[in-house]
Design a protein around this ligand. Sequence first.
Ligand SMILES: C[S@@+](CC[C@H](N)C(=O)[O-])C[C@H]1O[C@@H](n2cnc3c(N)ncnc32)[C@H](O)[C@@H]1O
Length: 384
Amino acid sequence: MADLWQSATRRVASRNTRLSVVAAGDCPGRSLDRYIGPLLEAAGPLRGRFIDVCGWDGSLAAVAASADDAVGVCNSHLIGSVRSARANLKGTSCEVRPAFGIEPAQTERFDVAFIRAPYWLGNRAVRTLVHAALLSLQEGGEVYLAGERSRGFDTFARLFDDAFGGFERVVVPGRIKVVRARRTTRQLTQGPIFASEFGEYGAMVNGWELRVARHPAVFADGRVDDATRMLIDCLHESTGRQLDLGCGSGLLAAAMARMSPESRIMAVDSNVAAVEVCTRTAELNGLTNVSVRPSYFGEELRSESFDVIGCYPPFHVGPSVSHDAARRLIREAARLLKSTGEFVVVQSSAQSHEGVLRKWFGQVREMARSRSHRVYSCSHPPAD
Ligand SMILES: C[S@@+](CC[C@H](N)C(=O)[O-])C[C@H]1O[C@@H](n2cnc3c(N)ncnc32)[C@H](O)[C@@H]1O
C-alpha cells in the first residue's frame, strides 16, 4: 500500500463477514463503519446493482462484495478516500467513481442506494445525497439511510419525506437507525445535485467584489472564512507562478488572479467537488489566468515549482480534529516552492504549525495576527 498516505488497516464487519480494509489517514470512512452492518442487514441479500453515494474508502461496498458477491459502485469525493476504495475493491465487481452524490451518467441505473449520513457535513450535504440517491435509482429501486438520533438522524429521515413523499423505519438491532424508501415514477428530485447547480454568492474581499461558487461538501460553503480573508489581505502582487494549495471554493486563487493579472495561478484540492467549484469561481469572475486541478498534497504537480504558495491547511478528518494532513501539506509546500519564493500560510487558534514551518523553511515570519488566527510568511534561506 505504498501509494496510500499513512494508510491504516481496520476491521469492518456485517452479516457474518469480517474484513480488513485500508484507509488513508485523511479518510473519514472509519467514523461511519458502525452504519455498515445495520444498512446491509436492513437491505437483505443484494440483487442487481447498488450504489453507495458517499462511500469514502469503500468499506460498505467491500463488505457487500464479500458477503453477497454484490455488483455496485462506491462514489467518493476525496482523492485519499478514492485511492483507499480502489485498493479495498480490487478484484471485486465493484467500481469506484470520484464524485459526491452521483455523476450525471449514474442517473436511474441502480436497484439499491445506500447513504451513511455524514452528519458533520450538515443538512444541505445530506439532503444532496438523498436527492442523488433518489435520482440514481430505477423505478422500484430502494434507498436506505443510516444514522444516529444524537447525530441529526430524525432531521435526515424527514428529508426522505420531501424527496420520496414518505419512508419506512426498518428495525435493526442496536442504536443505529435505518429508514427505507422506494422510488416510484411520480417522484421528482427537487434541488441541486451536481456541483454546477449549487449557485453562487457575492463576496467583498480586499476591495474586490467576487462571485464565488458553492457546494455543501466544500469548505465554508456560501461564506468567507475569517482565516481566508486574513490570508488574502496578506497577499502581494506577483508576476510569477502562484499556487493555491487546498483551494476549496477558490477565493484565494481568485484574489491572487485579481491582484496579479500577469501571474499564472494554479489551484489544487483533493476534494473533487472543490475542483469543480473553484473552476466555476474562476469562470464567474472571468479569470483566464487560473487553472484548477485535482491533486493529493500537490503530488500531481511533480516537477513544477512556484514563486508564491498560499495555503489554509485543513484541520479536520470528518468529525474529528486532526493536523496530520496540514503538516504534510506544509512539507509539500516546501518542496514546491522556488528557492526565492514565498509560502504564505494561515492557521486558526486550533492549529499550531510554527514548529513544522521552522522544520521545513529557513525563514518564518509572522505577518499578521488576530485573536483567532495567525498568518506566516515562510521562505527558504537565500542562496549564498
Ligand atoms: C481549511 S480549507 C481551506 C479552503 C480554501 N483555501 C479557503 O480558504 O476557503 C482546506 C482545504 O484543503 C483541502 N485539502 C485537504 N487535504 C488536502 C490534500 N491532501 N491535498 C490537497 N488539498 C487538500 C480541503 O479539501 C480544503 O478545501
